[in-house]
Design a protein around this ligand. Structure first.
Ligand code: NBP
Length: 483
């Protein structure tokens, strides 16, 4: 139903896949929603196909769109991230009044969100960068929403966002994350964790396929079974679906027909870059981004295959299939746990760096539904932070520590097996090294500090007394205290 005279509670600018589904979600949940797209064809198409689902107020100019919103006006931008977002923000800020709220629901880089909020605030309006996860299906049926921006905007926006968000056990999967860029930052790390989660699932598949010699349909059944236990999650569920799918044209397993080169633009890469900038070892996420980059290094891979790089002479392990499958399940669980632990570390570091005061319990709560990384496991993470909001690392929570007791040996066996079989398992292996590095009483960083002092007089600290020291390496090798 459309009514040009009715004022809308919310507006959506940008009616491609995400925007049109989000607009329908608002309308289906009893909100009158104003809709506008740069090219009016998309607006017409939406109204024609779905106008009966609720109350839509379509406009063909940004001025009419703004005029169709009740005050304080609330407009969500769902256009291509980057310059398009800046262009639309400028148009809205021009047409809106003081106190109105502009929400960017696209996948913006959080530093852009910080900049945009400053600019929009200087023009008297509120700006909210909101991460939205769940893809097109989530946008329509209930996404997880991570809004940042001023707290007072949340007071106004909260109820309307709660009306469309996913809901788990009566709790909507949306909450105010923190000021300015906090929402988009958290969405970025969510996507980084998603990269790692997908990669560890991929590594488990690779080991079962080429290590245990199983066919995709058989592995699909294994994933189905895993989905009823600790690994119960959206990504495991869809993995079983993808592995069971046959190519409609040839009848071959679809996974064998799809080109094995994955993209790594956008949020996963940003998460890795930000981890480096903050000095947080998010090894699982970074390895996942690199694994995608390697997969897409097609020419180099072909040359390496044609040149037949030596595989070595170590005989592959003779593994018992059933035991190996269970070991792989546990290794997957362990590596996934590390990826989440590292992701939460990055959020903590970002929150401290930018003064956002992000509560990890909020994330564990809202990520339980709607988003791509939704999983039963998030309940455990929430319980961990409920017990101790200042956990030094997620894996140090007593529950996860006790889980690791059962995971560590299978995890080591799987990394050994992958190495001996000559199968790549970058996140399984690097996460184990990360884990052992955290546990290690002494790290080779002491030697590195010695080397740095040798070639660059970078000085070092001592274990036995305070101060900063240097060895006269090119002289008499005496010790001097520099402060
Ligand atoms: P796209 O990212 O494909 O963007 C297309 C939309 O942007 C169209 O409405 C287009 O209008 C509009 N647009 C462009 Br392009 N340049 C514009 C400009 N200069 N001024 C005004 N409008 C402009 O859409 P999407 O896939 O629906 O995604 C929307 C946002 O949601 C993106 O930021 C995306 O990263 C994010 N997101 C997407 C997903 C997903 O699963 N797709 C998930 C989560 C978040 P036109 O019709 O006139 O060309």
């Amino acid at each position: 139903m459309t009514d040009k005279n009715e004022l809308a509670q919310i507006g959506v600018v940008g009616l491609a896949v995400m925007g049109s589904n989000l607009a329908r979600n608002f309308a289906r949940n009893g909100n009158t929603v104003a809709v506008y797209n740069r090219s009016p064809e998309k607006t017409h198409a939406l109204i024609e196909a779905h106008g009966e689902e609720g109350n839509f107020v379509p406009s063909e100019t940004i001025e009419d769109f703004v005029a169709s919103l009740e005050r304080p006006r609330k407009a969500i931008i769902m256009v291509k991230a980057g310059k398009a977002t800046d262009a639309v923000i400028d148009q809205l800020a021009e047409a809106m009044d003081d106190g109105d709220i502009i929400i960017d629901g696209g996948n913006a880089l959080f530093t852009d969100t910080i900049r945009r909020e400053k600019d929009v605030a200087a023009r008297g309006k509120h700006f909210v960068g909101a991460g939205i996860s769940g893809g097109e299906e989530g946008a329509l049926n209930g996404p997880a929403i991570m809004p940042g921006g001023p707290k007072e905007s949340w007071e106004t926006l909260g109820p309307i966002l709660e009306s469309i968000a996913a809901n788990v056990d009566g709790t909507p999967c949306v909450t105010h994350i923190g000021p300015d860029g906090a929402g988009h930052f958290v969405k970025m790390v969510h996507n980084g964790i998603e990269y790692a989660d997908m990669q560890v699932i991929g590594e488990a598949y690779q080991l079962l396929r080429y290590g245990a010699g199983m066919e995709p349909a058989e592995i699909a059944e294994v994933f189905r079974e895993w989905n009823s236990g600790d690994l119960d999650s959206y990504l495991i569920e869809i993995t079983a679906e993808v592995l069971a799918q046959k190519d409609p044209e040839t009848g071959a397993p679809l996974v064998d027909i799809i080109v094995d080169a994955a993209g790594q633009k956008g949020t996963g890469r940003w998460t890795a870059i930000n981890g480096l900038e903050l000095g947080v070892p998010i090894t699982g996420i970074a390895e996942s981004v690199f694994a995608r980059a390697l997969s897409s290094s097609t020419a180099q891979r072909r040359a390496a295959q044609e040149g037949q790089l030596p595989a070595g002479t170590i005989k592959a392990l003779d593994v018992d299939k059933a035991e190996f499958i269970e070991d792989v399940r546990r290794a997957l669980y362990a590596a996934k746990l590390i990826a989440y632990s590292q992701g939460f570390d990055e959020i903590k570091a970002g929150s401290e760096e930018f003064g956002w005061d992000v509560d990890p319990r909020d994330l564990a709560t809202i990520w339980r539904g709607g988003c791509i990384i939704r999983a039963k496991f998030l309940d455990r993470i929430r319980a961990a932070y409920d017990n101790n909001a200042d956990l030094p690392a997620l894996i140090l929570d007593p529950y996860f520590k006790s889980e690791l007791e059962d995971l560590i040996d299978p995890w080591r066996r799987v990394v050994v097996a992958a190495t001996q079989l000559g199968l790549p398992a970058p996140v399984f292996a690097s996460s184990l090294s990360y884990y052992d590095s955290l546990r290690a009483e002494r790290l080779p960083a002491a030697l590195i500090q010695g080397q740095r002092d040798f070639f660059g007089a970078h000085t070092f600290k001592r274990t036995d007394k305070p101060g900063t020291f240097h060895i006269e390496w090119s002289g008499d090798r005496s010790l001097t205290q520099t402060d």
